[in-house]
Design a protein around this ligand. Structure first.
Ligand SMILES: Nc1nc2c(c(=O)[nH]1)N[C@@H](CN(C=O)c1ccc(C(=O)N[C@@H](CCC(=O)O)C(=O)O)cc1)CN2
Length: 277
């Protein structure tokens, strides 16, 4: 293996420490509320980790846990209450939501200035039109991990076109002067598209789909996938050992992009608090 391993855990810890120092200098504790609906076990872990990280950094953090059978109207009423609460700077609705709830309606209900997930159409529109706004946490985290990688003029391929990762990721890379391709399940010859990338971001949710020969020698490979295999192992969307033979730098799973998602949620919450107050 020749690639440099990009240590997301270390970068996230450094980012959180910087946020903690900035919050210590404020006259108030920025407020974050995470809304969880139902009992998805993975969401339970992520929400606990967010709350713990937020409290450690000095945020006033709390979680509202609503039952699985919460109606859409009740969820929207809860969000409206948080929108109106001056002590709340950031609101996050943990995904996935139970099937009977319209996810887009929940996202649209969050006040754009408190939308620390960066999923609201107003924030997506700002990102697409190059205006300052709240940026989705995972892509924002990836940009931190790419510091030190030459992006200007680089050919970037984003594998996946989700609202949460693929699309905002492509916008951020474009803003950093990359030549960006979004590849997806209908792309002809995915392997050939990926093999042209100087920067390859995989966000498809398919375990180890990106093989070693999909990686251009010397490329930077960012693996956003977090897939639990039947044997309990956690793997990304990239076949790590094969890809690391050819890449110049690569993120591991776990310990790559995942920890940056939570650190950037805190970064967004501090940004939202400062902008709002
Ligand atoms: N409202 C949102 N919902 C969801 C988001 C999101 O950004 N906003 N992202 C994911 C889940 N997620 C945060 O919510 C998240 C996922 C993974 C990690 C992480 O640190 N992963 C670790 C491995 C963890 C493990 O062992 O299972 C890693 O990659 O090292 C953090 C946050 C979906 N929902």
């Amino acid at each position: 293996m020749s690639a440099r391993i990009i240590d997301g855990k270390a970068v996230a810890a450094e980012l959180r420490a910087g946020l903690k120092a900035r919050i210590a200098g404020l006259s108030f504790a920025p407020g974050l509320v995470v809304v969880r609906v139902g009992d998805d076990p993975a969401s339970g872990v992520y929400v606990r980790n967010k709350d713990k990280a937020a409290k450690e950094a000095g945020f006033a953090s709390r979680t509202i846990h609503l039952p699985e059978d919460t109606t859409q109207a009740a969820l929207l009423a809860q969000i409206a209450e948080l929108n109106a609460d001056p002590a709340v700077d950031g609101i996050l609705v943990q995904l996935p939501l139970p099937g009977h709830i319209d996810t887009q309606a929940a996202i649209n209900a969050v006040a754009p200035e408190k939308d620390v997930d960066g999923f609201h159409p107003v924030n997506a529109g700002k990102l697409a039109s190059g205006q300052p706004g709240l940026v989705p946490c995972t892509p924002r985290g990836v940009m931190h991990l790419l510091k030190g990688t030459e992006l200007r003029g680089a050919r970037a391929v984003v594998l996946g076109r989700s609202q949460i990762v693929g699309r905002p990721m492509a916008q951020l890379l474009l803003a950093a002067d990359c030549t960006v391709t979004i590849a997806h399940s209908r792309t002809r010859d995915l392997a050939a598209e990926c093999a042209r990338a100087d920067v390859l971001v995989a966000a498809v949710g398919r375990p180890e789909m990106v093989r070693g020969d999909w990686v251009k020698p010397g490329a930077t490979v960012i693996d956003v996938g977090i897939n639990r295999l039947p044997d309990g192992r956690l793997v990304g969307d990239v076949a790590f050992a094969e890809a690391a033979e050819r890449a110049a730098a690569i993120t591991p799973v776990p310990g790559g992009v995942g920890p940056m998602t939570i650190a950037c949620l805190l970064e967004n919450t501090l940004d939202a608090a400062i902008a709002r107050r």
